[in-house]
Ligand binder design. Sequence first.
Ligand code: V47
Length: 362
Amino acid sequence: MSDWQSITDKVYAGERLSYDDGVWLFEQNDVIRIGKLAQVVRRRLHGDKVYFNKNRHINPTNVCAFHCNFCSFARTSDNEEGAYTYMPEEIPDRVRADVEAGVREFHIVGGLHPKLGFEYYEDLLRVLKREFPHIHLKAFTAVEIDFFAQLTGLSHEEVLTRLIDAGLDSMPGGGAEIFHWEVRRKICPEKANMEVWLAIHDTAHRLGLKTNCTMLYGHIEKPEHRVHHMIALREQQDRSGGFQVFIPLAFHPEENNLGRRLHRQWTTGVDDIKTLAISRLMLDNIPHLKAYWVMLTPELAQVALSFGANDMDGTIIEEKIYHEAGARTSQQMTVRQLAKFIRAAGYTPVERDTVYNELAVY
Ligand code: V47
């Protein structure tokens, strides 16, 4: 049986919380108490540091062969209104000014375009690496890697090896959604399932890549599904060790079918904060926890720093996925603004690179 005393004892002793502990915590209303426990872990790991980086998102295409019902970004064909595809050669000019202003990472994810071949994605990385050799390329979710394997008939390892050869430096954490099949089959049945998603990250870790991981919450899933998801990630991390950061992603209900079905219900601030804090407590072997300000708002992300989070992502510059789904936040933040929010919450802003080397203290 879980209770406050046994969970508190485990947290102070650095012992792992169980599945039942996680579900029990989600049932509690005392979010301050959960946050205080999460802070014990966060302070042990990171003291008062909060990380951010100078990054820029690039979404090469929004045309997608899949039909995930939570997505507002995808278009089903090149002819649909709003559909776009950037050719690799045109991207450097789109991003050059941001590189000159100091960006150090490109976060590259996009639709699963049914007609572009695998070479398109290799070219994209090659062109960016050639033009900007010092920029870290964090690109393609496990779902995209699986799609490339289906396109080419190559194994996941062969796909990753070819992308590394073209310039891939690490992988973002998207596409995880909710692993449990009860939910996954209703929100993204075509996507790589849990076993495949985890196996691709396993392969990436063994090839020496660092990767991130996420969870899309606040739709039809229950606390049990969230905790199952976290434990699957924790067990994968025990096996392969390459996850750097966990990012809980709050469902945005505008302009997508799932949102319409749920009467456009947004997550609440308390659920967001509680989910972050419980993630910090459950994921004892994943070093960082990101409060993604685009999705939370900078104000709530700032509060999240006192509920277990120690990373605010970065400058971002051109966010599309959340803005198509109703996010009312800005599409970018300056380093000055990020540092101001972090400092005002009582923490030390630390600029990092993608793999968490510390670059500057603000
Ligand atoms: O996989 C899509 C989510 C993810 C919606 O690795 C939605 O550092 C909410 O993974 N409402 C992509 N979420 C974003 C992502 C990410 C973001 C920031 C940093 C990193 C990182 C990764 O966005 C998708 C999906 O889970 N998503 N649509 C929506 N309507």
